[in-house]
Design a protein around this ligand. Sequence first.
Ligand SMILES: C[S@@+](CC[C@H](N)C(=O)[O-])C[C@H]1O[C@@H](n2cnc3c(N)ncnc32)[C@H](O)[C@@H]1O
Length: 282
Amino acid sequence: MEGNAVRNNGLAGPEREPGEIDTSVAHAARVYDYLLGGKANFAVDRAAAERAYAAWPGGLDGVRADARTHRAVLGRMVRYLARDAGIRQFLDIGTGIPKEGNVHEVAQREAPESRVVYVDRDPIVLAHAHQLLRGAPEGATGYIYGELREPAAILRAAAETLDFSRPVAVMLFGILHFFSDADDPRAVVGQLAASLAPDSYLALSHLARDVEGEALAETFRRLNAVMAESVTLRSHDEVAGLFGGLELVEPGVVQLPQWRPEAGTVPAGPLPMWCGVARKVS
Ligand SMILES: C[S@@+](CC[C@H](N)C(=O)[O-])C[C@H]1O[C@@H](n2cnc3c(N)ncnc32)[C@H](O)[C@@H]1O
């Protein structure tokens, strides 16, 4: 298995060429970067965010705080998986532009031998991927320019860094709401889960349809009109259904602040995103 490597066009099957960075239309990775105070975004992303998130509960400041909570929960889940579940391999699909608290940083702080493969389909993430490849020498990090709609190709490429005969945690954080019902996100998750060894995990977060319903519907009416990717909001039960036959760990599918809050933090809410972690039992 390789050490740290960028796998550009590394997918088997139809060749996947990275597209140009298109600054004529807003992109989810760059809008999210803007919300988190990053610099890898363009005027079109900032304008889309400012107009759409004016409708979010608490406006732009509200969504910025919620985006920080989202990153914090990603960190909490990775810590839980590394520390409590003994996971040493991670496949993070829909990585986004690198930021503080990337999966390998959190995992390797717990266990330096952790191996992490990142996947994203946006060329701006590829342009920054080198920042994800500076992991601990005891472990490994890799990057795949890839598309979640092609799970078999992702699994093939990730197998150069990860051993799928042993447990792997698949992170699908803030990505499945870019799948319409016609895209059948449950089938894609099922395909990934079927390839995992027993005691593997799936961690996901997803925008909610049934929390702050009207505000969210208006936010994404505005955003979907101008963004390259279109968002589909889902209810608690629909998000729980995405886990298929996997066994949810406590506290199940909850709003972000309620997922195992750490000592000293007060769960806030409501926050219109569902999240959860589940284990593959056999
Ligand atoms: C909101 S960001 C989430 C970033 C990170 N996972 C986090 O939670 O902080 C969503 C990312 O998913 C990526 N994405 C969306 N649809 C995708 C797909 N079908 N395949 C691969 N990446 C995708 C976008 O390019 C974007 O970088």
